[in-house]
Ligand binder design. Structure first.
Ligand SMILES: Cc1cc2nc3c(=O)[nH]c(=O)nc-3n(C[C@H](O)[C@H](O)[C@H](O)COP(=O)(O)OP(=O)(O)OC[C@H]3O[C@@H](n4cnc5c(N)ncnc54)[C@H](O)[C@@H]3O)c2cc1C
Length: 388
């Protein structure tokens, strides 16, 4: 690709190759004899990306939500209680939007043949809705019981980049959980691809992860990682090879989900297919087990801790500030502690991680820090792009 400097040189009739091809002894170099052989100057990655306009005056809202995190990972499990089949599907931390179809598919499989049977799904976030839809597609008659529904769920607060990040602690990962995680991620990855487009609010975008040290490859990501095949267009750019104000930039493409569009569409589809909705707040497991349906799915997210006595379930508070939408921005940018996701309902600047915090009140100091750090990031990017 041509950059601004080589375009000017060509316009002046002095191709960069010809200038570089001059030899001290006055003889013609190979590149002077044949300008086509001149090695083209490599454009920096991101030269044509549009930097975000970051200014406190462009902010439209700041929100916070609680990720339902379990150190050993999310629960997909079947048990028989009080003559009922109870299937758990909760605790997906910072990756619940991503894992929703896959985890719900694993949960639905545990119930075996549900065709023609009445099923209850407790919870109206992404996990409850995905489970409900998959059960309908297996011929079940589904009722969703939930305290809240979209747009008033944690799922509506999500970023929501397709990537199963912050889902478990690596030192607690068992081999069984590892298999469940990889299977859920792969099923979900395929399923979401069928929903790409404006109707569902799902699209593909490049992601750039910035770091001052060379990127680290772990169990999940990078060459050799269990999900590396899902990092499409993967490439690591070193110092001087990209336009971002950091030494290293790791790029791969993923899907982005617009929660407001996506969850409303999914809820609508379930209702159109005959799904019933009952708004109800359950105070105890006995109330859940008292439902008339014989097969019950527990998709209560963070609520499962109190309902079913799971002491491993803890909140990780995350805060997001939104700037006015900027449709020309078409990439995600992530640093070690903050990110930028361009959505149709605003430029999302986030996403903090505060373990054990139960309140959903946005912190004003944090809001200012996020916006200021993003302002500096894009100012730096603009400067490097201007250098060409
Ligand atoms: C700031 C932030 C950013 C995030 N970014 C991403 C991201 O980029 N990518 C990603 O994949 N994930 C992301 N997540 C994580 C994702 O939002 C969660 O993992 C996901 O929403 C969990 O879905 P869920 O359906 O289990 O829970 P929820 O959406 O919380 O739904 C639980 C449902 O159960 C109901 N319920 C609970 N208790 C009861 C009860 N006692 N009685 C009746 N009903 C009950 C609730 O009312 C609710 O309807 C983010 C989360 C936050 C907070």
């Amino acid at each position: 690709m041509m950059n601004r400097r080589s375009a000017i040189a060509l316009a002046l009739g002095t191709g960069m190759g010809a200038i570089q091809g001059c030899r001290r002894d006055g003889k013609l170099s190979a590149t002077q004899e044949d300008p086509k052989m001149a090695p083209p100057k490599k454009e920096r990655e991101g030269q044509n990306l549009v930097p975000v306009e970051v200014d406190a005056s462009l902010e439209i809202r700041t929100i916070a939500g609680l990720r339902p995190f379990r150190s050993p990972g999310f629960v997909v499990k079947r048990e028989e209680r009080n003559g009922k089949t109870l299937v758990h599907n909760y605790g997906h931390g910072g990756g619940g939007m991503t894992l929703s179809w896959g985890s719900s598919e694993l949960a639905a499989r545990l119930a075996e043949d549900v065709s023609g049977k009445e099923c209850a799904v407790v919870g109206g976030g992404v996990m409850g809705l995905s489970t409900a839809r998959l059960l309908q597609l297996r011929g079940a008659k589904v009722t969703i019981y939930s305290k809240t529904l979209p747009p008033h769920t944690t799922s509506n607060v999500a970023g929501a980049q397709w990537w199963p990040f912050s889902v478990f602690d690596d030192n607690r990962r068992t081999p069984e959980f590892g298999v469940q995680y990889v299977e859920a991620a792969n099923i979900s990855y395929r399923y979401f691809q069928g929903l790409v487009g404006p109707k569902w609010g799902v699209r593909w975008l490049p992601n750039y992860y910035l770091s001052d040290d060379p990127p680290v490859n772990g169990w999940i990501a990078g060459p050799g990682g269990v999900l590396h095949d899902l990092q499409v267009g993967f490439h690591d750019f070193g110092p001087g090879e990209h336009v971002f104000p950091a030494a290293y930039a790791r790029r791969f493409h993923t899907m982005m989900i617009e929660p407001a569009t996506y969850l409303a569409e999914l809820l609508g589809e379930i209702q159109e297919a005959g799904g019933r909705i009952v708004v109800r707040d359950f105070a105890a497991a006995e109330e859940v087990l008292g439902l008339p349906e014989g097969i019950i799915f527990n998709c209560t997210g963070l609520g499962a801790g109190a309902l079913f006595g799971d002491a491993e379930l803890v909140p990780i508070k995350g805060q997001l500030s939104f700037l006015i939408p900027q449709p020309a921005v078409d990439y995600n940018l992530l640093t070690s502690w903050t990110y930028m996701f361009p959505r149709s309902d605003g430029i999302v600047l986030g996403g903090t991680y505060e373990k054990g915090k139960w309140d959903t009140v946005p912190d004003d100091g944090m809001r200012k820090r996020i916006i200021e750090s993003q302002r500096r990031l894009f100012e730096g990017m603009r400067k490097i792009q201007a250098e060409g």
